[in-house]
Design a protein around this ligand. Structure first.
Ligand SMILES: Cc1ncc(C[n+]2csc(CCOP(=O)(O)OP(=O)(O)O)c2C)c(N)n1
Ligand SMILES: [Mg+2]
Length: 544
């Protein structure tokens, strides 16, 4: 006999559905539109934690950080209009990093939607704005439909290319009561069938190729064992730039950074792209008919977006690569190990032009445990990290990918640390980017999130400033910054703080900071103008 329907509010039914789907945290900033939702969250405190932030940007970015660190769906809630827009950079970055983030957004009264009366937080065509930001959006109209809409949203978030989803609910609907059918624990959807012909074709091409290059994007993060095995079997180097780092252990000489990927792309006869748009190859390095491209992609539209690949394998990378390994005919390849060791050594030499950044990165790597997590930013240390920070495990290098949303770092890292309290997390920040979400230090204190951040302070939007110096005749505009004393700033929140002036100092400071599990830490590193990394990132066309 099915359980009888219970009377619940829309908010209670929504919260019950979130809990049934295993969502145990909601990042949040309240307001009158969502009051009944927060009351439902109060009553469900033993099953779902509400973590409030100081700006809606912080709420969406914390959910994003938690999603990127765990690979599991995460949720946030904010008021409509300005709350939605304040959270939108996080939502945008969730879209571009394919992160499963569910946003619950309030709305004005149901009957007034779309009529332009000027209700509190009203924004013209909120639905239309959201529809541009997420592939799935819906409005909850009744308590009865809340659980199935939550289920549809969560299903959409992991179907095809993963990504964010948005549910809206009007101010007068959250608190409305009605019968709600029993909420069952949903079953994960069956994985799509694997195209065996495409597997056989890909296996044949890979086995026949002499110089395979594997390129990983964010979609490869859960296929680390398979990528590692393929790399060995095919003697294939594995490139990860931002979101693909850590899929192959960075200590392996076959784990290559962008400049080596560029060299290897030039000479490869087959490229296996796993969960990546292959942006650099297609749009900067060039392509010709001699390079066979095999794509493993969750999004069925992606493989043919730029150029039809030799083989497209659509679905989740992990089971597809597993099948591919099984299907590879036996073959014996000469080892490329010596070649890779030599290439790595030569690149390490060339990277000496950014030695100051590498010195600090080595200090961080030396102190950050093997499974500790590094959160990247759009700053000199971030650009260098993408090139030269060895990442040992999947999901331990959290990067904004192609969006490069300056200022995401602090709040995103807070979400990472909140979702992974078991490991140390370090965020590297520029003085410019840090100040976007620096107020979230209050959130770190309130919720006792022991995030360690390192602020590299050059008193400038350094990246912009260097461009103005080098390319615009030293006409410096809008890029010099007046900063607070960062150590005193952090201390004023009650956080631990210190200044480090050298890589050696930084090691000591990090060592102390990672031991502090009940308090956030800020380490300020004063720096001068740092040498440009761009010659290693903006690489010339080498094919086609
Ligand atoms: C949302 C957003 N706004 C602006 C930019 C452009 N931008 C890229 S780097 C940068 C300066 C970063 O300054 P800082 O954080 O101090 O890092 P630094 O380059 O000085 O190390 C700016 C403004 C961006 N990437 N994203
Ligand atoms: Mg700066």
């Amino acid at each position: 006999m099915p359980e009888p329907a219970k009377r619940m509010t829309t908010a209670e039914a929504t919260v019950a559905a979130l809990v049934a789907h295993g969502i145990d945290t909601i990042y949040a900033l309240p307001g009158v539109h969502n009051d009944p939702l927060f009351d439902a969250l109060f009553k469900a405190q033993d099953r779902i934690r509400t973590v409030h932030t100081r700006h809606e940007q912080g709420a969406s970015l914390m959910a994003l950080g938690a999603a990127l660190a765990t690979g599991k769906p995460q949720a946030y809630t904010v008021v409509p209009g300005p709350g939605l827009l304040n959270s939108s950079a996080g939502l945008l970055t969730a879209y571009s990093t394919n992160a499963p983030v569910l946003a619950l957004i309030g709305h004005i009264a149901q009957a007034a939607i779309g009529r332009g009366f000027g209700h509190l937080h009203e924004i013209r065509d909120q639905e239309g704005i959201i529809a541009r930001l997420a592939d799935f959006r819906a409005r909850i109209h009744t308590p009865a439909e809340a659980p199935s809409l939550v289920e549809s949203a969560l299903r959409a978030m992991r179907t095809g290319r993963p990504g964010p989803a948005v549910l809206e609910c009007a101010i007068d609907v959250w608190g409305r009561s009605g019968p709600v059918a029993a909420i069952s624990t949903p079953q994960p959807p069956a994985p799509p069938p694997i195209d065996e012909d495409a597997i056989a074709d890909a296996a044949k091409r890979l086995a026949g190729a002499q110089r395979v290059l594997i390129i990983c994007g964010g979609g490869a993060q859960d296929a680390s064992a398979e990528v590692t095995e393929l790399s060995r079997l095919l003697q294939a180097p594995v490139m990860g730039f931002r979101r693909g780092k850590g899929v192959l252990d960075g200590r392996d000489p076959f784990a290559v950074a962008l400049p080596l990927g560029h060299q290897l792309w030039r000479d490869a006869d087959c490229v296996l792209g796993v969960g990546t748009r292959l942006f650099y190859g297609f749009h900067q390095w060039g392509i010709d008919a001699k390079l066979a491209v095999i794509r493993v992609e969750a999004d069925p539209e992606e493989p043919e977006r730029v150029r039809k690949p030799a083989v497209a394998l659509v679905g989740d990378a992990q089971p597809i690569l597993r099948r591919l390994i099984e299907a590879l005919p036996a073959h014996n390849r000469p080892s490329r190990r010596d070649e890779m060791v030599e290439r790595q050594a030569k690149l390490a030499q060339r990277l000496q032009t950014i030695a100051p950044q590498i010195g600090f990165l080595n200090a961080i790597r030396a102190e950050l445990p093997e499974d500790g997590i590094f959160v990247d930013e759009v700053t000199q240390l971030g650009f260098a990290a993408r090139l030269a920070f060895p990442v040992y495990r999947p999901r331990t290098f959290i990067s904004p990918g192609y969006q490069d949303s300056l200022g995401w770092g602090y709040a995103t890292a807070l979400g990472v640390q909140h979702a992974r309290p078991d490991v140390p997390v370090v965020a590297i920040l520029g003085d410019g980017g840090f100040m976007f979400t620096a107020t979230e230090m209050a959130t770190a204190m309130h919720h006792r999130i022991p995030l360690v951040c390192v602020v590299f302070n050059d008193g400038a939007f350094g990246n912009v400033r260097r461009n103005q110096e080098e390319r615009f005749g030293n006409r410096i505009i809008a890029s010099d910054l007046t900063n607070p004393d960062f150590v005193r700033f952090a201390e004023s929140f009650g956080a631990a703080a210190e200044r480090a002036r050298s890589p050696q100092d930084l090691r000591g400071a990090l060592n102390r900071a990672f031991k502090r599990r009940d308090l956030p830490t800020l380490i300020e590193v004063p720096v001068g103008t740092l040498p440009s990394p761009w010659e290693f990132i903006m690489l010339p066309r080498v094919r086609g």
